[in-house]
Design a protein around this ligand. Structure first.
Ligand SMILES: *Cc1c(COP(=O)(O)O)cnc(C)c1O
Length: 494
């Protein structure tokens, strides 16, 4: 199967080229030329299998130039003992319609591990196929969780180096500590003065700057991306939606062929886009419900057809969703409206910060997508209520999805079984979660907060977070957003 660019139909890449390059030279994102189909027979046979088998079956359909042996080794390496659940991504029913898909059982306790435990393995194999001997340089802009998950995934992976930029005031203390204590000889971390969008724009600019690319090439280095614009991150995310469907069959909640809804707390539109691809593959999906915090640019787009990033940026208690430029939306637009329209809209976005899609495109999107947003107060209320009434403790991002889903259900009366993507451990955002439960802010320090949260809920703090307390801080640098290039060169020593 080939991959083409969302901005140029004439680009043709194999899956390993698409993964090694990360982003197309024309600024577009790689998308599969056609979507492989799953029959209901395929799905029911996967229902009896392990996560690893499911992952191999789904990824094998997209990554067609990887041999079965290569895929087997990547998948087994990624989804083994480093996950604290044998099921890897377990599904927990908490009400008549609500099923929580727990995507935070990996080493950094956020859903980014689902993709970033396997991406370095895919990239190493892909690099061997496309550019033997070239050192792969991973640049990451993070709103908190991607950075840590990528550092952990790439740590000491041969022939790679990784540099992470995070917004200095845009991540939680736990997220910051996770990154700044990162171990490994090939890693570096820098804060930037700015928000996530500044970090992401800076990284995109460096990636596509011909003179920087040439300097790297002279040192036998090439950039690649671990951000969710990389196809190697999206493909592994399709797997867990199909896996969740299989688990619901196994739990007797649905029969094969029944439709489900999927609700996703959304930032860069990567996670929900993976659910959309699962639907395109043939997974029986009724609605995809896109949940935002008060940075509601996607809610507005999905309810009006106009994307407008010219608005105030809000710092919220769900920081991994504090994003105004949702890069992966470009893939949805391409899938619905094609290359020519994508170019028009992206040019308009670059020029004016906004675009409006045509009516036909909007109607096609609305057939599948619902959207809603909620404030920090509503998020906290959802955490408290879910804990009190269902005995389930969720993090701030997941709570946004719960709140938006409850409002959707109330409004529509839709009783379709629903999967809610739970994207982080509540212990990663202890301060806000504890405040939600106790009804008042706490003045405890980060680790005492964790202890208190554990004490009042009986839930155990995941070991990777508890262990941070004893780790030395290695990275303290902070740069201006215009100085990111020199930080990159410093790290690479060129
Ligand atoms: C990254 C992240 C999100 C948003 O996911 P996207 O793929 O960017 O939409 C939501 N919750 C958490 C905890 C995250 O780390």
């Amino acid at each position: 199967m080939n991959y083409l660019s969302t901005r140029d139909d004439n680009v043709r890449m194999t899956s390993s080229q698409a993964i090694a390059k990360g982003i197309s030279a024309d600024g577009g994102l790689f998308v599969p030329e056609e979507i492989p189909q799953l029959t209901s027979g395929d799905i029911s046979s996967l229902a009896g299998k392990s996560y690893i088998e499911r992952a191999k079956a789904v990824l094998g359909r997209f990554l067609t130039d990887f041999t079965p042996e290569e895929l087997d080794s990547c998948v087994r390496g990624a989804y083994g003992k480093n996950f604290s659940s044998e099921k890897v991504a377990p599904v927990v029913g908490i009400s008549d319609t609500m099923n929580i898909l727990e995507l935070f059982k990996g080493p950094t306790c956020a859903f980014k591990d689902m993709a970033l435990q396997i991406l370095p393995r895919l990239l190493t194999v892909a690099g061997g196929k496309t550019a033997k001997g070239t050192e792969i340089i991973i640049l990451v802009a993070t709103s908190g969780d991607t950075g840590k998950a990528a550092l952990e995934g790439f740590r000491d992976v041969e022939n790679t180096r990784i540099l992470v930029f995070y917004p200095s005031d845009g991540v939680s203390p736990m997220q910051k500590l996770q990154m700044c204590t990162q171990e490994g000889a090939n890693v570096a971390v820098s804060a930037i003065r700015g928000n996530f969008d500044d970090a992401q724009s800076g990284v995109k600019k460096i990636f596509t700057d011909p003179s920087i690319i040439e300097s790297l090439a002279n040192h036998n280095m090439a950039f690649s991306s671990a951000n969710s614009i990389n196809w190697g991150r999206l493909a592994p995310q399709i797997v867990y939606y199909i896996s969740a469907y299989c688990d619901l069959i196994g739990q007797g909640k649905i029969k094969c062929g029944d439709k489900i809804n999927i609700t996703v707390p959304t930032g860069n539109f990567g996670n929900i886009l993976a659910a959309y691809y699962a639907k395109l593959m043939g997974l029986p999906v009724n609605k995809l419900i896109c949940a935002s915090n008060s940075n509601s640019v996607l809610t507005d787009f999905l309810t009006t057809g106009t994307y407008d990033r010219n608005r105030e940026f809000h710092t919220t208690i769900s920081p991994s969703m504090d994003i105004l430029i949702s890069s992966n939306l470009e893939r949805l637009l391409h899938s619905v409206a094609g290359t020519k329209k994508v170019n028009e809209w992206m040019a308009s976005l670059a020029r004016t910060g906004k675009y409006t899609v045509d009516e036909k495109t909007f109607a096609a999107i609305r057939e599948t997508f619902e959207a809603g947003c909620c404030s920090d107060e509503e998020t906290k209320a959802a955490i408290a209520e879910t804990y009190r009434e269902k005995g389930y403790l969720c993090d701030t991002h997941t709570a946004v999805a719960v709140a938006v889903y409850e409002a959707y259900k109330e409004k529509t009366g839709d009783m379709t079984p629903t999967v809610i993507a739970s994207t982080a451990s509540p212990f990663k955002f202890s301060r806000a979660v504890l405040e939600a439960l106790e009804g008042k802010p706490s003045d405890l320090d980060e680790f005492d907060l964790v202890g208190r949260l554990s004490e009042i809920t009986g839930a155990e703090c995941p070991a990777p977070l508890a262990n941070l307390r004893n780790k030395p801080v290695r990275f303290t640098g902070c740069c201006e957003k215009d100085d990111m290039t020199s930080v990159v060169f410093d790290m690479l020593g060129i």
